[in-house]
Design a protein around this ligand. Structure first.
Ligand code: ZN
Ligand code: ZN
Length: 403
């Protein structure tokens, strides 16, 4: 179970405690007492992980090999059945004026109706022999996937990053024929999206009510869908994932895991943790060997610099964790995927706390679950990609190296 961005740095206002140290967490402390503790560098000491690269590492893959950018995982996370070699992009629905200048990169943070708009783009025919897959994501976001021969992800972004500019002309970054072809296709799609969306009924309605129309799509972050050995094959375990965000769901999907959707799981501090707990317990009672769980609220609070909210969210997680840790004949790991300190409002490379609970664990002397206490535990300092090796060994599913 990964509490996204839970770890932090000491904060003056908390008497130089971290939010996890300041939070009242009797259940997590009980876990520390009954388990083996340590700290973990999700990728390597001092490397600031993304949620994506960290989870890739924790699942036992090499992010430096597998990770080609966020696009493929986002696309898989919103339900596009991506294939290795597909080129995937993250997109915004944006607003352009008659002069072709972007006046609002997020189209007034449009929320409803993007599915109808996406239908106009999905499956459009181009002269090139390429399949165009387009699907809405949350809010003003969407994903674009190109499928066909001779494509490349070595191209620039159409997104100018700031309002007041025209969409950038996408160019090849490596001068290859494949990249040139892909860049040309993306430029065509951007242009065509405006033609298709500018008079869409939903946009005419938006204009009439004084809202900016979502009349163009702006792709960025091209990434080729990596070829990943399915997690189930790699470890001989039947895996499933309970996550809130498209990014983590996408990683699980590309790794061949089943997904469980939880009602009321928002990915924010207002998420329905009670439903998540029920979902975990129900999933654990089914025919699975491995459950990856990600809860995102602490990371959101960290990015927003909301110290009190982060403390409160950790305490809320603590109230649902008791029943999960009591599951029998199960190894349960509680950790984070990176630190998201209140002071930096983004991820840092500080190591994160980790505890493993289960049969035949060498219980250590640690009594509290927080960044500093666990550092004295029996696991000492490990890396994210040690987790699966340790688990497989504990479960006696490892093969001996040597005679
Ligand atoms: Zn994260
Ligand atoms: Zn984050």
């Amino acid at each position: 179970m990964v509490i996204d961005g839970m770890a932090d740095r000491p904060i003056k206002e908390l008497g130089y405690k971290t939010p996890l140290e300041a939070a009242i967490t009797p259940k997590m402390d009980k876990m520390a007492e009954k388990g083996i503790c340590g700290i973990m560098d999700p990728i390597k000491p001092g490397i600031r992980p993304g949620s994506d690269t960290s989870h890739i590492s924790i699942l036992g893959y090499d992010p430096y090999e597998v990770y080609t950018g966020r696009g493929p995982f986002e696309a898989a996370g919103v339900g596009v059945d991506v294939l290795p070699g597909d080129i995937a992009f993250r997109c915004n629905f944006s607003t352009v004026n008659n002069e072709g200048i972007i006046t609002d990169r997020r189209a007034g943070r449009i929320r409803a109706g993007t599915d109808e708009l996406a239908e106009y783009i999905n499956g459009i025919k181009l002269d090139e022999d390429v399949q165009v897959i387009f699907k809405e994501s949350t809010g003003h976001r969407a994903v674009l996937v190109l499928r066909g021969e001779g494509l490349s992800d070595q191209i620039s972004d159409a997104d100018p990053k700031h309002d007041g500019n025209a969409p950038k002309i996408v160019v090849a970054l490596d001068g290859s024929e494949e990249a040139n072809k892909t860049a040309e296709i993306v430029n065509k799609i951007v242009k065509k999206s405006y033609e298709l969306l500018k008079n869409h009924p939903l946009n005419l309605k938006r204009i009439n009510s004084g809202k900016p129309p979502a009349n163009i799509i702006i792709p960025r972050g091209a990434g080729a869908v990596p070829k990943v050995q399915p997690f189930g094959k790699k470890y001989g375990l039947k895996p499933v994932c309970i996550a809130e965000t498209g990014l983590i769901k996408g990683i699980a999907k590309i790794a061949g895991m089943e997904l469980v959707d939880i009602e009321g799981a928002t990915g924010g501090i207002d998420t329905n943790l009670e439903n998540i707990k029920k979902g975990i317990l129900e999933t654990a009672s089914k025919d699975f060997d491995f459950i990856l769980i990600n809860v995102d609220g602490a990371d959101e609070a960290g990015h927003d610099g909301q110290m009190d909210e982060k403390v409160k969210f950790i305490e809320k997680v603590d109230t649902v964790i008791g029943e999960i840790m009591e599951l029998e004949d199960v190894y349960f790991i509680l950790t984070a995927d990176h630190s998201t300190p209140i002071s930096t409002m983004d991820h840092t490379g500080d190591p994160v706390p980790i505890v493993i609970l289960g049969p035949e664990i060498r219980i250590d002397d640690v009594k509290y679950f927080n960044e500093r206490s666990v550092a004295k535990g029996g696991l000492c300092r490990i890396r994210g990609n040690n987790i699966m090796d340790i688990l497989m060994d504990l479960m006696n599913l490892s093969i001996k190296f040597g005679a």
